[in-house]
Design a protein around this ligand. Structure first.
Ligand code: HEM
Length: 507
C-alpha cells in the first residue's frame, strides 16, 4: 500500500503564487532564448519582438486594427525581401517567386493560426490540410465550374435588375446613394441566393443593407481578435438572442437572424425535410456528396455556407466600388467604356449578357486593372509544407516553416506593372506591357486554394458595370480617394472608420 509523507510543510497561497510567476518567467525566458538563437528561423532578419512573441503581430493587427500588412511593408524596406514576422512565420516579397510558391502542384497546408479569423473553422476555406481541403472543395466545385456559368449569369442578372429598380428611387428623389454599400449588398444577395436555399434580401431592405455593411466591418475586426483568442466567436455565437436584441444594431440583428435561418436551412437538409427538389443548392450538393457523414452535419453545412457568402461579398462589392470610383473620376475612361458599349448595342448585341461582355476588350481591361489595383484580398495567405524543404533563393526552409506573401506586393511591383499606383486600363491592351502584366497577376490567388468564385465575381463586375453605365448618368458626390482607399486589413481591405465610401447622385 502506498504511504504519504506526513512531515511536508504546508505551502501558503503567496508562496504558490510566487512559484507560478517564477515558472512563467522561466518559461518566457526559455522561449525567448530558443526563438532568438536556436529556432530554425533564428537567422532570418526581422524585429526581435516579432521573433519572440505573437504579441507583436497582435499589437498591429488586433489592437491597432488591421495594420500589420502595412507595417510588414515597412519591415521589408528595412530588412529586405524576407522578414520573420512572428515566431514561426516568414514573409517574402518577391514577385518572381509568387508563382513558384503558390503552385497548383505544391501540396501546401494553410496556417491554422492565421486562418483562425474565420468563423467557419470546418469550412473548406479554413481547412488546413491539403488533402482535407481537396475532398471538401470537390463536394461543391461543380456549382462554380464553367458548366454552371449560365445559372450564375441568371442569378446575377436577376439581382442587378433589383438594384436598378432601387436606383430609380434615388434618381427620382435626388438623394445621394452610397454606391459602394449597394454593391456590397448586391454581391451578398447574389452569392447567398445562389448558394443557399434562401439567402439575404438586402436589395429589398429599406437601407439597402447599409447597417449590415458597417456591422461586417466591425465583425471583421473582431475576427482578427479571434485569431489570437479563439473563444471570442464561440462566446459571441452563444450570446442569447434576447440580450443581442437589447444591445445590437439593426444590421447585427439582421445578420443574426440570417445566421439562425441559415443554420435551420442546413438542419432541414440534413434531416431530409428539404430535399432540394426545386433546385439543388451548394448545401444540398455537399449533403449529397461522397464526403464522410461527419462532414454532413448541420454545423458543418452552416460553416460552409457562412464562409462562401463571406468570401463572395466584401471582395466583389469593394472591387465594383473601386472600379466605379475610377470610372467616375476619369472622364476619358468613362467615355471609352460608354463608346464601346454603345457600339456593341448598335451592332444588336445584348449588353447584359456574358457572351457580349466577354468580347469587349476595354471593359475587360478596366476589370483587370481594378482587380490589380484594388487587391481585394489583402491578407497574406500563409502556407507550409509539412513534408518538404522549401527553397527560396539561397535559403532552405525546413518542413513546417510558415511562409506568406501578399498579392498586393506583386500587383504594386513597378518592375511588373510600371507606374503601379496609376489606374491605367491601357496596360492590359498595350502589347509592350500586357504579357508581363498578365504574368504577375493573381487577384484570385493561385494553386489549389485559389478562389472558387472567380468566374462569378467577374460576371458580377462585367454585367453591373455595363448595366449601370447604360441605364444611368452617375455623378460622384462628396467622395475623395481617401474615402475609398484601404485603411485596415481584415483579410479584405476596409475603408477608414465612418467613411461613407463612394457616393453618387443618380441621373
Ligand atoms: C473580386 C472578387 C474576389 C476576389 C478578389 C477573391 C479572391 C480570393 C482569393 C485571393 C482567395 C484565396 C484565399 C486564400 O488563399 O486563403 C479566395 C478564396 C475563395 N473565394 Fe474568392 N474572391 C472573390 C470573389 C469570390 C466570390 C464571388 C466567391 C463566391 C463563391 C468566392 C469564394 C471563395 C472561396 C469559397 C474561397 C476559398 C477557396 C478554397 O479554399 O478552396 N470568392 N478568393
Amino acid at each position: 500500500m502506498m504511504t504519504f509523507p506526513t512531515d511536508l510543510v504546508p505551502v501558503s497561497w503567496t508562496t504558490g503564487l510566487v512559484a507560478i510567476v517564477l515558472a512563467l518567467i522561466l518559461r518566457a525566458l526559455h522561449l525567448t532564448v530558443q526563438r532568438c538563437f536556436f529556432h530554425p528561423l533564428a537567422k532570418i532578419p526581422g524585429p526581435r519582438l516579432a521573433a519572440i512573441s505573437y504579441l507583436y503581430e497582435f499589437y498591429y493587427d488586433a489592437w491597432l486594427g488591421g495594420k500589420y500588412c502595412f507595417h510588414i511593408e515597412d519591415l521589408h524596406e528595412k530588412y529586405g525581401p524576407v522578414v520573420r514576422i512572428n515566431p514561426n512565420e516568414i514573409h517574402i516579397k518577391d514577385s518572381e517567386y509568387y508563382d513558384k510558391f503558390y503552385n497548383i502542384s505544391s501540396k501546401l497546408n494553410k496556417d491554422p493560426f492565421y486562418y483562425g479569423f474565420l468563423d467557419g473553422p470546418d469550412a473548406a476555406f479554413a481547412t488546413d490540410s491539403f488533402l482535407g481541403h481537396r475532398q471538401r472543395r470537390k463536394a461543391f466545385n461543380k456549382f462554380f465550374s464553367p458548366a454552371a456559368l449560365n445559372a450564375l449569369e441568371i442569378q446575377v442578372q436577376k439581382n442587378i435588375t433589383q438594384l436598378v429598380h432601387r436606383m430609380e428611387e434615388f434618381k427620382a428623389s435626388g438623394r445621394p446613394l452610397r454606391l459602394g454599400n449597394a454593391f456590397r449588398s448586391l454581391a451578398r444577395d447574389v452569392i447567398s441566393q445562389y448558394a443557399l436555399p434562401d439567402g439575404f434580401h438586402l436589395l429589398e431592405s429599406p437601407d439597402l443593407g447599409e447597417d449590415l455593411s458597417s456591422v461586417n466591418q466591425m465583425l471583421s475586426h473582431v475576427a482578427i481578435w479571434n485569431r489570437h483568442f479563439r473563444f471570442i466567436f464561440p462566446v459571441l455565437m452563444a450570446t442569447p438572442s434576447w440580450l443581442m436584441h437589447r444591445i445590437a444594431s439593426p444590421g447585427m440583428i439582421q445578420l443574426m437572424k440570417f445566421q439562425m435561418y441559415n443554420y435551420e436551412q442546413s438542419r432541414r437538409i440534413v434531416v431530409g425535410s428539404d430535399k432540394g427538389d426545386d433546385r439543388e443548392t451548394v448545401l444540398h450538393g455537399i449533403h449529397n456528396s461522397d464526403l464522410p457523414e461527419s462532414d454532413k452535419t448541420p454545423a458543418r453545412l452552416f460553416s460552409e455556407a457562412t464562409t462562401i457568402v463571406g468570401a463572395g461579398s466584401e471582395t466583389t462589392g469593394a472591387t465594383l466600388e473601386t472600379l466605379f470610383y475610377f470610372i467616375l473620376t476619369k472622364p476619358d475612361i468613362r467615355s471609352k467604356l460608354v463608346a464601346e458599349l454603345e457600339s456593341a448595342k448598335q451592332n444588336g448585341a445584348d449588353i447584359s449578357s456574358k457572351a457580349t461582355l466577354l468580347g469587349l476588350p476595354y471593359l475587360g481591361a478596366c476589370m483587370k486593372e481594378c482587380l490589380r489595383y484594388g487587391n481585394e484580398v489583402s491578407g497574406r495567405l500563409p502556407r507550409y509544407d509539412p513534408n518538404n524543404v522549401i527553397v527560396w533563393r539561397d535559403h532552405s526552409f525546413p518542413p513546417g516553416t510558415i511562409i506568406s506573401m501578399n498579392i498586393a506586393d506583386m500587383h504594386m511591383d513597378p518592375n511588373c506593372h510600371p507606374r503601379p499606383h496609376e489606374f491605367d486600363p491601357e496596360r492590359w491592351l498595350d502589347p509592350s506591357t500586357a504579357a508581363t502584366a498578365e504574368r504577375f497577376y493573381a487577384p484570385f490567388g493561385k494553386g489549389s486554394r485559389a478562389c472558387i468564385g472567380r468566374d462569378l465575381a467577374q460576371l458580377e463586375v462585367l454585367i453591373t458595370t455595363a448595366t449601370l453605365l447604360d441605364k444611368f448618368d452617375l455623378r460622384i458626390f462628396e467622395t475623395e480617394y481617401d474615402d475609398v482607399k484601404p485603411y485596415h486589413d481584415f483579410f479584405s481591405p476596409f475603408q477608414k472608420e465612418g467613411s461613407k465610401g463612394l457616393q453618387v447622385i443618380v441621373q
